[in-house]
Design a protein around this ligand. Structure first.
Ligand SMILES: [Ca+2]
Ligand SMILES: [Ca+2]
Ligand SMILES: [Ca+2]
Ligand SMILES: [Ca+2]
Ligand SMILES: [Zn+2]
Length: 631
């Protein structure tokens, strides 16, 4: 503490110890050692400044008052000017008074603020002093967890082994009990820890939201777990009321499974947080490959009423866990099929969202299983979803629990390389290839450990703009292009699944899936030339199975009007044709009987899909002649 001239003791509102004073008449004034010149002045004309004593206050909703001192002013007229010189900026009210105030509402952690008072007299002589105000912030902090139920080796839920696992990245709010307003918001960290600054003397509820949100700068995301049977209300977990007095509060919260040993007897609070944590893992995996990923908003709809019956989504009739192009829906009906703890199922469906918004999928969806021969677009999408669930979790076992007391289930090891029904039409082949490309466990023909980044780069790069349909041919071609040193090892892996991918069209493929009519994968056609024969058949099942739909690739080199015809060879045939460009719908024609349609097309490469309409749900072999002519 140092006074320039005459020390005059005053009272001050904030009592403690001073720091320093300084005086200046001008910026060129000598250091204090030279100040004795000022002693020639009339003492009564010399002013001093005292900004009050350093102090500590506990954060509250009360404003803090600074207290300057009227020192040795005598009859002089002086002005006061307070400025903040250190610490998080606060708004000083009445900064030109002796005792200004400031609010601490933007102080979030204990810190010291420094303020300087300058008193200037009518002669322009000014003197200054500083004061340090330390704001002690009391927090409510702790760890948030949910009851994680893992699987038995038989893929049932293992209620004898419930682990309290961190709720990571979730929004945590401090709700002011007096008016239910949101006082503070944060997110839990990767260990489930949170900390919120609270005001002494107030009461709060801690609310944990089943959401992952970040919107400030890339990467950004917006994932929410909502109840589709309750107007898509967001799931939350609230604490008991906490009153802050003189000390910080430690408050750990756990979302309970609701399991009482034999059934779900209480609210299944943990369910939405289990879903959220699978999404957290998936999001983190993408960010590991792309630190600037921007995820469009996604709602994950879950309810204990979500049953394996199709119908009204708002009643829980979701049919199966699925992505419908807008949202993800997750089964939740106990004693039938619950999926909130089946993380691979959730990540598989999230993978369809990823394909839709950040990559590209031309899949037409529909029912499928790993043993079936599928439309190549479906095989790619479903195989990718299964592979992604293994990649994200670094657990190759895709498990789906179900049944009474969630006591049964099945598993698919995506690491397993199938030995039968292999090929470009098999999701089993696709998932094993994609997983083997990623993983570092060599098995079979797998000697590759590319990690996720090259797969991600192919998915969000060339796969989005392929002129072919999205398939194992396109992704494999682009993976070889981005890692040419691994091209031959990738070919070896593909060959072990009876796949030859020399280009995105599979032009040199020889595996016909048991029917010569499936090759080439994309037929070619001469515009204005002879018709091309395609055969649609359902020997592998209907709608989305291999052989239902056949493809022709063609290129328009001159924009204009073109006529497309598809004529069945037998009475009763009902062909339909669709044309797409880089996966986007251009036109479709599906009338009774044969098709003939005239369309204006821009220059570019297109894929024509033709099929027998009966094969959407039934079985009929229809061979048709397709032609394209310029008008
Ligand atoms: Ca399940
Ligand atoms: Ca591998
Ligand atoms: Ca492997
Ligand atoms: Ca037709
Ligand atoms: Zn799927």
């Amino acid at each position: 503490m140092k006074y320039l001239k005459f020390l005059i003791i005053n009272t001050w509102m904030i009592a403690a110890v001073h720091t320093s004073c300084a005086r200046s008449k001008s910026s060129s004034e000598p250091a204090p050692a030279a100040e004795p010149t000022a002693t020639n002045e009339d003492p009564s004309s010399t002013i001093t400044a005292n900004a009050g004593a350093d102090t500590t206050v506990v954060l509250s909703n009360q404003s803090v008052t600074l207290s300057g001192v009227d020192s040795n002013i005598g009859s002089k007229s002086v002005t006061y000017a307070w400025v903040q010189t250190a610490g998080t900026s606060v708004q000083l009210n009445n900064a030109n008074s002796v005792s200004p105030t400031f609010a601490t509402t933007n102080i979030k952690a204990t810190e010291s603020l420094t303020f300087q008072l300058t008193i200037t007299d009518a002669d322009g002589v000014s003197v200054s002093d500083t004061v340090v105000v330390t704001i002690t912030v009391l927090t409510i902090s702790g760890t948030i967890t949910y009851d994680l139920i893992n699987h038995t080796n038989a893929s049932a839920l293992d209620y004898s082994n419930i682990i309290q696992s961190a709720i990571r990245g979730a929004t945590v709010e401090l709700i002011d009990s007096s008016d239910s307003s949101i006082a503070e918001t944060t997110s839990s960290d990767a260990s489930g820890n949170y900390s919120l600054p609270a005001y002494t003397g107030k009461s709060y509820v801690i609310r944990v939201k089943a959401e992952l949100k970040k919107s400030d700068a890339a990467p950004t995301w917006d994932f929410t777990v909502v109840d589709n049977t309750s107007s898509q209300a967001l799931y939350v977990m609230d604490s008991a009321t906490q009153t802050v007095s003189a000390t910080a509060i430690t408050l750990n919260l756990n979302a309970s499974s609701g399991w009482n040993g034999s059934s779900y007897a209480a609210t299944r609070v943990a369910g939405p947080f289990a879903i959220l944590d699978s999404v957290y893992l998936a999001k983190e995996k993408i960010i590991s490959a792309d630190a600037d990923a921007v995820f469009p908003a996604l709602k994950l709809n879950w309810s204990i009423n979500n049953v394996a019956t199709s119908g009204d989504l708002s009643l829980g009739q979701i049919g199966t866990s699925m992505y419908n192009g807008t949202g993800v829906y997750i089964l939740g009906a106990a004693n039938s099929d619950t999926d909130e703890y089946d993380g691979h199922v959730i990540i598989h469906e999230w993978g369809h969202y990823f394909e839709n918004v950040l990559s590209r999928s031309d899949s037409i969806g529909g029912s499928h299983s790993i043993s079936q021969k599928l439309d190549l677009r479906v095989a790619m999408g479903e195989g990718f979803g299964n592979a992604l669930s293994g990649i994200v979790t670094d657990d190759s076992y895709y498990r789906d629990s179900s049944g009474n007391a969630q006591g049964s289930g099945f598993a698919i090891n995506v690491e397993t390389n199938p030995s039968s029904s292999t090929g470009w039409f098999s999701e089993y082949s696709v998932q094993s290839i994609l997983y083997d490309l990623y993983d570092s466990t060599n098995d079979g023909s797998d000697n590759l450990s590319l990690g996720f980044t090259p797969i991600y780069n192919a998915l969000v790069g060339s796969q989005k703009t392929t002129d072919a349909h999205t398939s194992i041919f396109s992704i494999a071609t682009y993976l070889k292009a981005v890692s040419p040193s691994n091209a031959s090892a990738i070919d070896t892996l593909l060959a072990s699944q009876n796949i030859i991918a020399t280009d995105e069209y599979g032009s040199t493929e020889t595996n016909n899936g048991g029917d010569a009519r499936n090759l080439p994968v994309y037929k070619t056609i001469t515009i204005g030339g002879s018709s091309v024969e395609l055969c649609s058949f359902a020997t592998n099942g209907s709608y989305n199975k291999l052989g239902n739909r056949q493809f022709i690739r063609f290129e328009i080199t001159s924009a204009g009007s073109y006529t497309f015809t598809a004529n069945g060879q037998v009475g009763g045939d009902n062909p339909a044709i669709y044309v797409r460009k880089q996966g986007a719908f251009v036109f479709g024609s599906s009338t009774a009987g044969n098709e003939s349609t005239t369309q204006n097309l821009a220059v570019g490469k297109y894929i024509l899909e033709a099929y027998e309409v009966t094969n959407i749900s039934g079985s009929r072999t229809t061979c048709m002649d397709v032609s394209i002519s310029a008008n």
